[in-house]
Design a protein around this ligand. Sequence first.
Ligand code: ACO
Length: 463
Amino acid sequence: MTHRLESFFKPKTIAVVGASKNTTKIGHAALKNILISDYECKVYPINPHEKEILGVKCYKKVSDVPSDIDLVLISVPANIVPQIMRNCAQKKVKNVIIISSGFSEIGNYELEEELAKIIEKSNMRVLGPNVMGYKNASNGLDASFAYGNARKGNLSLISQSGALGIGMIYLANNEFVGISKIIGVGNKIDIDDDDLIDYFAQDPDTKVIGLYIEAVKDGKAFMNSIKKCHKPVLVVKAGISKAGARATASHTGSMAGSDKIYEAAIKQAGGIRCRDIIELFDMARALAGQPPAQGNRIGIISNGGGLGILLTDACEANGLTVPKLSKKTYNKIDKILPDLVRPNNPVDVVGDAGFYRYEASTRALLEDPNIDGIIVSSVHGGYARPQEFTGAILKMVRERKLHEEYKKPILAAWVGGKEFEDLVWDLKSAGVPIYPSSWRIARSMMALYLEGQRIKRETKRKN
Ligand code: ACO
């Protein structure tokens, strides 16, 4: 059965109320973004004072449009939004995005209540108010007023903050994290986080779901949607501190609530809590490109003893273990290493390690049934060969057969400067999960372990 929000994300007809010729206005940007989208649909600007805008015939009211309308974007001052919404309901519009601000987020509860009553009596699904809209990088449609395109990928993002949502697009591009859809939910008068999680759960273009939330309106529905979802759900919850909760109330007019309750609820539902946006992207990159870890036993390879210890500590601090090597694996790695060192976990492949030592020791850990995930790392010390390290990583991460045979995640970490960073850039652009810090990589491995656990629970429930 087609999901109710299919016409919201793939509309055939769109009207923009408050479309303007004035290039500084949001209604102009919203219309232009739809027109320049790499997406086929019929577009209707709505403005009582214009005959055409950007070369497209203009209508005075939504109800004047000659065809059915799948999606309406509203960008007029808050006080006239109710009359536009009544007109949309009369026209039997399927979906609406209210960009306009000036509702509960500034204490104007009555006006928002008026909208809620109109929505209740209609069949419309409504996003906002106080939102940027959405960008659908999977089909090319930009139904937002924000400038810029997201790199196409399979992370779908839901943001309660519009500005942060827009910032996330640029940051994701910078981090080479591909987006399927990014959507702002603002005051959540109707379309809520749980509706979107449900939609993304069945969306073939979405592999990982990420949320920035300040508060949820219906805790039970939120938890149920995560519980039902068979994809990883990453959650950044803001407003943890007292001052943060105060800032939340004045941002979206919502109550941040007890952090302990959120923490427990997200965990119980099977979601993964992230500390900030960059951590969400770190985890998303790992989850989108690597198999989940079947257990928490991690094998670590490094060409520097110090980095190996830092990685070990970070893993152990995040619910992972770094077990001793089995006799068999010890013997395999012993043959690879120079005479002056003996294998351990973390495996020290020594400062001058080249392609062969990195690759062969990783293979030995892949073959070890006591290891569930592998971290391969390099520090740009005096004799180090960063190019051979990145070459080995690229080969192993890309080798499909390796993944199919062992089903173990491989993540990479590096410590160095500009020369190393240029090589890492190439890896990131190819989708390789590589991280510049022991903490960030350990958290990402933890996410792969938690996803492995979630899948096990799901399989057990089904059988
Ligand atoms: N139907 C259609 N168009 C109408 C109607 C109507 N009934 N009445 C007026 N208009 C036209 C206006 O004439 C104007 O067009 P014009 O430029 O040709 O004259 C156009 O609609 C827009 O109306 P304005 O009164 O000029 O309003 P303006 O564009 O200045 O502001 C807006 C409207 C953008 C919705 C503003 O009220 C607002 O809420 N701004 C904040 C939006 C925002 O930030 N939202 C949150 C996003 S998330 C984030 O933080 C990024």
